[in-house]
Design a protein around this ligand. Structure first.
Ligand code: F6R
Length: 583
């Protein structure tokens, strides 16, 4: 949520490199963008605009230092004035996160006669840092002093007139320092760095860094003491984070599932047993996740119940505060997250840890905040996921959770066997011929205002996930239900021609399909066998207990084609951003 990027290196390309870096981070926010460069004269100049950065083609003035930002609006509408960077006096700054008490600080400055150009919380931070600088502090001191005032999560980049180098600080929102041979880069996510280097330092909470050329000096944001940081080699490759020959990241990532499922289950037994031991030693376990990851966790609730007979509670992270009284040193919290940075989840983990709970985290971004906070971390190995709509990370999460349920039952090998069969079946399923069947169905329902999805057992969470996928990229109103629940109310919405996706072909679900077909619904079956009640049918392989993993793949394709047939950009749906680092 909001992408930030900085460069300090000899030569004159910093502005252009920041622009390119921001283009790679656009999935984190695409309301507006901005870049600040330090000119040879020492003056810091700004270029910013509303709208997406991907089509911006400008050559920046010569500069060795630049910072930039691509915004997902929180405080203040999508306007030029609210676009970052924000400049006050000598200080130019970009920010990811939320300064929760900014209004108090703003009104104090307003009382002193200070005028503000924007409605953002960020401009207030720039004002504070500049104020402390004018009062004689160093830039680092002014940032530290401001951090004492700020309540909330943030990552900041600061460039100040008359003070060489770039400063960055972190409390709760990610920042990664890329170490090149001659220069240094800072980004809020790894894919933007891969073209320059795969050697990084991860900035931790309450740490800051000053970079100049290839030098990086780390210090505590609290005490100012110098800190030694470890350099880490990142395993992701630049090609993995690019679209290649595909038109969109979403379709590339759907096709990546030919391989990612196998990579997901490629963990040694020891790691999986360590995770399961954490569960087995607990007296009460909670899955905590948001959005699609929450639906993967809901599926896992079924896996554990059916495979190892373990009851695990599933709560959307934002609802967890009502249940926190049950968290103690005997509880296991299982965080499921692609980014590993989702603020609602992180907050629960931080509080859970304080209460003594043990944390198991499944994340795709290996050195994410959640991964570093967890007692046991299992990387889901899906490779960079850049489309806002999660696809390959979802199936990878589900596969690992499925495997953990089998490990919990003491039958890990059987679990691997089933998933290996599922991976092969998905590999065979996704091909251009199959895409044509999906396109045909997409063409039939393209102009519908509303559609419903039903499923039973672990296909019920997939009905909810199907709704998210279709809503977020095609903007068609879609709603998922347990198959047996439709007749308890929602059936009133069924009228002639309303499409209904029916996940599965078990007898009870087919009876529910019949109930709505007889009221006019257009039934699209997504199941291994064709049933008479289906008006259209998308065949999926029979994967037994792992059926939920196979079933979501055609829905991902359907969502993609609904979006593209409507002329929408599935990679950057309106109002959304990948990695939601604000509450
Ligand atoms: C939808 C989607 C979101 C995320 C949610 C949690 O396709 O991707 O619903 O699942 O924002 O994000 P992570 O998994 O990064 O915690």
């Amino acid at each position: 949520m909001c992408g930030i990027f900085a460069v300090s290196l000899p030569g004159n390309e910093a502005g252009n490199l920041v622009l390119e870096g921001l283009k790679k981070l656009e999935y984190r926010g695409y309301d507006s963008w901005g870049v600040a460069i330090r000119q040879d004269s020492g003056e810091i100049i700004l270029r910013k605009d509303v709208g997406k950065i991907k089509d911006v083609q400008i050559q920046f003035e010569m500069s060795g230092e630049a910072i930039g930002h691509t915004r997902w609006a929180t405080h203040g509408g999508v306007t030029m004035a609210n676009a970052h960077p924000h400049q006050v006096g000598k200080v130019t700054l970009v920010h990811n996160g939320i300064f929760e008490n900014y209004l108090d600080v703003k009104s104090k400055y307003q009382d002193e006669g200070m005028g503000f150009r924007s409605d953002t919380d960020t401009e207030v931070i720039a004002c504070m840092v500049n104020d402390f600088l004018e009062k004689g502090m160093s830039v680092a001191g002014a940032i530290r002093h401001s951090a004492e005032v700020i309540q909330g999560r943030f990552s900041l980049l600061v460039i100040a007139e008359g003070f060489p180098g770039i400063y960055a600080a972190r409390r709760g929102s990610p920042l990664i320092i890329g170490r090149g041979e001659t220069g240094t880069f800072i980004a809020s996510d790894i894919p933007a760095l891969l073209e320059h280097t795969n050697v990084v330092n991860y900035l931790d909470d309450d740490e800051m860094v000053h970079i100049e050329g290839n030098k990086a000096e780390f210090s505590s944001l609290i005490s100012g003491d110098v800190i030694e940081k470890r350099e880490v080699a990142v395993s992701w490759k630049a090609e993995q984070a690019s679209k290649g020959d595909y038109q969109h990241f979403m379709i590339k990532e759907i096709f990546d599932q030919k391989k990612t499922l196998r990579d997901a289950i490629d963990h040694d037994d020891e790691k999986l047993h360590e995770a399961v031991e954490l569960l087995q030693k607990s007296n009460g376990a909670y899955f905590v996740a948001c959005g699609t990851a929450h639906k993967a966790a809901m599926c896992a609730e079924y896996y554990f119940a059916e495979i190892s007979g373990r009851k695990i509670n599933v709560v959307p992270a934002s609802e967890m505060p009502s249940f926190e009284r049950f968290i103690n040193d005997k509880t296991a919290i299982i965080a499921v997250s692609q980014s590993g940075e989702t603020a609602d989840v992180l907050e629960i983990l931080e509080r859970g840890k304080k209460a003594g709970a043990k944390i198991l985290a499944l994340t795709n971004v290996e050195s994410s905040s959640m991964a570093r906070l967890a007692d046991v971390h299992i990387p889901i190995n899906a490779g960079p996921e850049k489309a806002v709509a999660s696809t390959k990370a979802t199936t990878a999460q589900m596969a690992i959770l499925f495997l953990l349920a089998y490990a919990d039952a003491g039958k890990l090998n059987l679990g691997r066997e089933i998933l290996s069969g599922t991976a092969s079946a998905i590999n065979d399923l996704i091909n251009p011929r199959y895409e044509n069947y999906v396109k045909d169905v997409a063409g039939k329902i393209l102009n519908q205002k509303s559609l419903f999805i039903i499923g039973r057992g672990s296909l019920f969470p997939m009905a909810l996930e199907s709704a998210i996928k279709i809503q977020e990229v095609s903007y068609i109103h879609a709603q998922g239900f347990p198959a047996g629940e439709l007749k308890h109310g929602p059936i009133a919405l069924i009228e002639e021609g309303v499409p209904c996706l029916v996940l599965g072909d078990d007898q009870d679900t087919l009876s529910n399909a019949m109930e709505i077909k007889s009221r006019g619904a257009h039934i699209i079956g997504i199941a291994p066998k064709r049933a008479e009640v289906f008006d259209d049918w998308l065949k999926v392989p029979d994967c037994g207990q792992a059926q939920s993993i196979a079933t979501i793949v055609p829905v991902q394709l359907l969502a993609y084609y609904l979006a593209t047939f409507k002329g929408l950009d599935p990679d950057m749906p309106r109002n959304l951003a990948k990695s939601v680092t604000v509450k």
